[in-house]
Write a protein that binds this ligand. Structure first.
Ligand code: GLU
Length: 295
């Protein structure tokens, strides 16, 4: 079975990059006789807008896409995130952290190419507290970080996927750049990824937690998304192991870039689908523009 999804955030207009991602995921699902689903990633209610969500439905329908079930909306999934956090917390896999909003914004969102590097000051300031802290810390204005040392110890204890210094966790990748089995060594989790933010104080979840919980809830077997999210997949695979959720197959596709070679961003209104539509472009023109005109 092939079940995939397109998961836009309603924080701006869809542009050519989104069109490519949605069309590719849809085409792959149809070619495999599978299912295409939609998920609205609106956990950040300060940035999400109903008008952008409405525009997403309108643009996707205009492109000729339809989805098998009503869209999943992350703003309605808080209880599922709380359940996952409770589960992790009960097993001493989280610890509270009092870092600044700026640090957390950088480390708790989808790490798109071109974004500033994650500020690691809070990694140094916030170390896990032995003995635990009263639960739930998030109502006390704290963020929650993964206790990577405990997480790796747990993986090792349960002999998860043979995690060791040579190998680590793996996932299957079918995208053009990293095709094959992708390993993340135990040492990379310990040093490069470390105590990643799992729940931001302001939204009580994070991109990483929500995407993992919701991919499982939607029964996603194949994740099709931009190459800028490739590295984040290492975190997602670990969270899947810790939460006993299946790991889908991943396909990280090339990014649509502007003339200067920069990844398109929400602020690139010049390439908004709505603008092309207003200028009289057809869905076939959009397919051609993103290099999907072969059939
Ligand atoms: N919501 C994310 C974005 O707008 C995509 C997340 C994903 O596909 O995993 O880029």
């Amino acid at each position: 079975m092939f079940v995939t999804r397109f998961a836009p955030s309603p924080t701006g207009p869809l542009h050519l990059g989104h069109a490519y991602s949605a069309l590719l995921a849809h085409d792959m699902a149809m070619a495999a006789g599978g299912i295409f689903l939609l998920r609205i990633e609106d956990i950040d209610q300060e940035r999400a807008r109903p008008e952008w969500e409405a525009q997403i439905y309108d643009d996707l329908h205009w492109l000729g896409l339809d989805w098998a079930h009503p869209p999943m909306r992350q703003s309605q999934r808080q209880s599922a995130y709380v359940a996952a956090l409770d589960d992790l917390w009960d097993r001493h896999l989280l610890f509270p952290c009092a870092c600044s909003r700026r640090d957390l914004l950088l480390s708790g969102q989808a790490p798109q190419e071109g974004a500033e590097a994650v500020h690691d000051a809070c990694h140094r300031k916030c170390t896990p507290q032995p003995g635990g802290v009263p639960y739930p810390p998030r109502v006390q204005g704290q963020h929650l970080r993964l206790d990577m040392r405990n997480a790796l110890a747990l993986c090792k204890h349960h002999n998860v996927a043979g995690i060791d210094d040579q190998h680590g966790l793996s996932f299957q990748e079918t995208g053009p750049t990293h095709r094959g089995t992708v390993f993340t060594a135990r040492s990379a989790y310990a040093t490069d990824i470390a105590d990643v933010v799992i729940a931001r104080r302001d939204i009580a979840t994070s991109y990483h937690l929500s995407v993992v919980v919701d991919d499982a809830a939607q029964g996603i077997t194949h994740v099709v998304r931009g190459e800028d999210l490739f590295e984040a997949t290492r975190i997602h695979v670990l969270l899947q192991k810790l939460l006993h959720l299946p790991t889908p197959i991943y396909h990280h596709h090339r990014l649509i870039r502007d003339e200067a070679g920069k990844r398109l961003a929400k602020r690139d209104d010049a390439r908004a689908l709505a603008k092309y539509r207003a200028e009289g472009a057809t869905p076939t023109d959009i397919r051609r523009l993103v290099g999907l005109d072969h059939g």
